[in-house]
Ligand binder design. Structure first.
Ligand code: 5GP
Length: 199
């Protein structure tokens, strides 16, 4: 068994949350990294399920105490990945799905050989704008900011290992499962205790 840290980054509105939810519910060996954030909860978001919502003061204490493996400021709020669950996932040789931005993805890539970086994009910027408008959670100004952010994020796609265009949720989830299966067989990730050390 091989542990994997599956970093999934995508511009907001790409369908990443649905894709991650579907992937996680497909296997008990796949768990989700619940980030800390200083942003306010949105309607329907649950403390401890979607995020751990904390004050800026508490977030800075977490940084000082070394409890975050990476952190970044995204759209003016702090976001960070807690260390303890990540270490548990590694020690249990599980797959940890991390829905984090490109700044966080690059930090994880540089620190952990178990990382696999996947960038998901919508079919086009026009399609992304439509999806953001349909969500009805953001005003026009916020949507425009998110579109600009998406263009910025796309510049980092070449730092990633895989690039998926989310045309259809089922197809994207199946591709993610295929990536997990392939990465678990990757010879460079093998733990050499197979057949009592023969290979
Ligand atoms: P949202 O506020 O829309 O949930 O997330 C905004 C952005 O923050 C998304 O790109 C999301 O992937 C990113 N994000 C969420 N959690 C983390 C984290 O722990 N670290 C980093 N670097 N980014 C995060």
């Amino acid at each position: 068994m091989t542990s994997l840290l599956l970093v999934i980054s995508a511009p907001s509105g790409t369908g990443k949350t649905t894709v991650c939810d579907r992937l996680i519910s497909s296997s008990p060996d796949i768990t989700y990294s619940i980030s800390f954030t200083t942003r306010a909860p949105r309607a329907g978001e649950i403390e401890g399920k979607h995020y751990q919502f904390v004050s800026e003061e508490r977030f800075k204490t977490l940084i000082r105490q070394g409890e975050l493996v990476e952190w970044a400021i995204v759209h003016g709020n702090y976001y960070g990945t807690p260390r303890a669950p990540l270490e548990v996932s590694l020690s249990q040789r599980k797959v940890l799905v991390m829905d984090i931005d490109v700044q966080g993805g690059i930090q994880i890539r540089d620190k952990y050989k178990e990382s696999v970086l996947i960038f998901i994009i919508p079919p086009s910027l026009e399609e992304l704008k439509l999806r953001l408008q349909h969500r009805k959670t953001d005003d026009e100004e916020t949507i425009n900011k998110r579109l600009l952010g998406a263009k910025e994020e796309l510049k980092y796609a070449s730092c990633y290992d895989y690039y998926l265009v989310n045309h259809q949720i089922d197809e994207t989830v199946n591709k993610l499962k295929a990536i997990i299966a392939a990465e678990k067989c990757n010879i460079n990730r093998m733990v050499f205790d197979i057949w009592d050390g023969v290979i």
